[in-house]
Design a protein around this ligand. Structure first.
Ligand code: SAH
Length: 274
């Protein structure tokens, strides 16, 4: 009789945003397969488990995903409680679909434990509601990325239709995002807010307009960034929080480099879905 694989949300990074259900499961876990960004304080809860990092390098997603799927099945055949711990919520840009289908095909029991997704943690940090009476009645969580060979990603249509938009994994694509949206008719003056390291003590918030998005993204550091967009951020955008370049004084950083160069260089692999 195989064990159960639990797809567990680790939340956005702050250890105390983990759910009680997740914490209790981690205590019982025999083995934990976790993303690279899961903080040590959360892994520490899995005191008796073997912990295996399964972060993937960008560009090798499909091979890596199949490898993870197989490891989950092998683990479930040996152990009772197998935890697949993912950043944020496991059901949002977390490749849960692939893992669930594979486990089902192999007759392995699965359960999901929700986590706080980045969009919600970023909203809390901004102190701005995603919805607002008369201003925003719809919210879209989207990514501009599309897997190789997948059907085209119609994200522009979605971004134009929703009142408030949260873009995951978008900081490295900021220039293309701004160009695509303004090209499709969205006002360059649309308010935007970027939140890097939401929920963590090192959180960085930058605000401005859609036209400024590439510059703002260039000023983010190496951490995961959520891009928020819509009228609800108008007041925040008016305050134009444009933080200084990160690590400005460290030897490895050139403060004069262009935002685009920085955005490319700034380890966007960390922002990849896992
Ligand atoms: N399943 C995760 C999302 C994985 S995709 C969730 O529900 O949050 C990875 C992307 O999530 C990153 O590129 C970034 O856009 C966003 N993200 C994750 N953690 C974040 C954080 N602490 N602050 C800001 N954005 C974050």
């Amino acid at each position: 009789m195989s064990g159960t694989v639990y797809l567990v949300g680790a939340g956005p990074g702050a250890p105390d945003l983990l759910t009680l259900r997740a914490a209790r499961l981690l205590e019982r876990a025999d083995v934990v397969f976790h993303d690279a960004l899961v903080p040590p304080e959360i892994l520490f809860l899995a005191s008796k488990a073997k912990k295996i990092e399964v972060g993937k390098r960008s560009g090798r997603h499909s091979t890596a995903q199949l490898f993870i799927n197989k490891r989950l099945v092998d683990a479930a055949r040996k152990h009772q409680v197998v935890v697949r711990l993912k950043g944020g919520d496991p059901m949002l840009f977390g490749r849960a679909h692939e893992e669930l289908s594979y486990l089902k095909k192999k007759n392995i029991c699965c359960e999901i434990v929700s986590g706080v997704t980045a969009a919600l943690a970023a909203s809390a940090d901004m102190g701005v509601s995603l919805t607002a009476r008369g201003l925003s009645r719809s919210v879209a969580f989207l990514t501009t990325r599309a897997a190789a060979g997948a059907r085209p990603n119609d994200w522009v249509k979605v971004a134009l239709a929703a009142d408030t938009v949260v873009i995951y994994m978008g900081a490295g694509e900021a220039e293309a995002i701004a160009r695509a949206l303004t090209g499709a008719g969205k006002s360059p003056a649309t308010p935007v807010a970027l939140v890097e390291h939401a929920s963590l003590p090192g959180v960085r918030k930058l605000t401005g307009t859609l036209a400024q998005l590439p510059v703002l993204a260039g000023r983010c550091g190496n951490g995961p960034v959520a891009i928020l967009m819509g009228e609800v951020y108008r007041q925040a955008a008016a305050s134009q929080i444009i933080a200084p370049w990160p690590n400005k004084h460290s030897s490895g950083e050139q403060s004069s480099s262009s935002p685009t160069a920085r955005a490319t260089r700034n380890g966007r692999a960390r922002s990849s879905s896992s």
